[in-house]
Design a protein around this ligand. Sequence first.
Ligand SMILES: Cc1cc2nc3c(=O)[nH]c(=O)nc-3n(C[C@H](O)[C@H](O)[C@H](O)COP(=O)(O)OP(=O)(O)OC[C@H]3O[C@@H](n4cnc5c(N)ncnc54)[C@H](O)[C@@H]3O)c2cc1C
Length: 502
Amino acid sequence: MTHEPAPTHEPETLRIAGRDVPVVTATTVVVGTGSAGFCAADRLWELGHDDVVMVADKVNAGSSRNAGSDKQTYYKLTLSGGDGDSVREMAQTLYAGGAMDGDNALAEAALSARGFLRLCDLGVPFPQNRYGEFIGYKTDHDPRRRATSVGPYTSRSMVEQLEKKVHRNGTRIFDECRVVEVLTRPGADGGREVAGLLVLRTDVHVDPDDPTASPFLLFRCANLVYATGGPAGMYATRVFPNGQWGASGAAYRAGVHGKNLTEWQFGLASTKPRWNVSGTYMQVVPRFVSTDADGGDEREFLTEAIPDYGRLMSLVFLKGYQWPFDIRKAVDGSSLIDLLVYRETVLRGRRVFLDFRRNPVRDEFDPSALSPEAYAYLERAGVLFGTPIERLRRMNEPAYQFYLGKNPYVDLEQEMLEVDVCAQHNNGGLLVDAWWQSNVTGFFPVGEAGGAHGVYRPGGAALNSGQVGATRAAQFIAAHRGPSTVPPGEAFDAAAAAAVAG
Ligand SMILES: Cc1cc2nc3c(=O)[nH]c(=O)nc-3n(C[C@H](O)[C@H](O)[C@H](O)COP(=O)(O)OP(=O)(O)OC[C@H]3O[C@@H](n4cnc5c(N)ncnc54)[C@H](O)[C@@H]3O)c2cc1C
């Protein structure tokens, strides 16, 4: 699939700080080509608002397309069986996660079925039974069984289907454009409103001898749907995919307010390659080993703080479905494992690995020491035997195969897997109202860039939030926001001039 190269000579060029900057004019610019951005662009088009362009640092980058997990979850209203559910009850669940506004919770519940069924209609193969019921399962912080999944790559499947639709719509997409400045001007209500977006074209080589040449491109627009994902670039230890930087800083510089910015989600993940070691990877109870920086001085460090063999195995098992670090489980629960890994890697400067070739602590696996919950689960799965890798391959062969197909390749039968406590998701972000508009008129942060996620959100609520926020923003824009009124040739504000000059 090809994307439009950014134009070197748009019909219009502005001279900014002595440099010629091509200008693209559109009513709405969607920034980011993840599941939220593509959803917004398609919704706008469907609502008849087709003066839209998309722009991204790398069209094929971002978490939606490149991240996943053992069973990547999408959270939606119950759509099967006799289980009761209601918009109100789902909103209550989302709201109970804390640091979540009630109006966002209500909208995420109210539009959940609409967003989900839209994805199904576009070809995302969510599992259904022969009568068309979407059978759910229970995810973390979920009082019902609202979760569903396409497998490890749910969000990738969403992006692929949405992207095909946006291509069918004929929407222009500018690739290799990195956000530099969000441009605003005084708004009618005394606040600020969107005037445009300045991006750096990372595929352009500028002749250093030409003082007027510029690698910038300027978008003049009335609305920015900002779907730039989590600001992952600030973390060294992260499970966000390579190339996902985020662009929240430019929005803050332009005066967009933030909300719950410190609310990050962390959890155990392999670092080479980057992947959450949730689900079966933990339920088969691998051995946790730390080494010095060169791989020497190997030891099983969990026993230092958890001397009881059965408790140690049961806490590791629980990490399978209690994946994110949770302060409430830190003292006497499964998040103690995260803290102990953190102590090894950060405080002691060591490396931590999962070893699936041998059982923890004792060579023999003694399931009778497990908690009743862990024992019953593993008994049902028929794996009260053998080594962790034997259990993994019996329970979930694709989870073993997964690491064989990655770069770098890891054969869990032969070698250990390096892990760390990694940043995974920003639950806070840019301020949004009930229509996902920020305090800057015409600026709509959607998806992970928006601060609409609760702290204890149910697994899968982030993907639902992206679809709902994008839909709400598109509805508002289509109903209320006309073309840009910035006059052609109006000198863009000091922010653009400084960036271009610098
Ligand atoms: C390992 C992992 C597992 C996850 N599992 C789940 C799960 O099971 N359920 C769930 O609901 N959520 C999960 N999430 C979270 C979910 O994947 C994300 O919240 C969601 O995909 C974000 O989508 P998005 O469209 O907002 O952003 P992204 O998909 O991240 O897209 C961001 C876009 O912005 C562009 N961009 C970024 N920076 C710039 C810049 N400076 N300039 C221009 N463009 C830029 C990128 O190129 C990309 O196109 C997981 C996340 C990870 C990392």
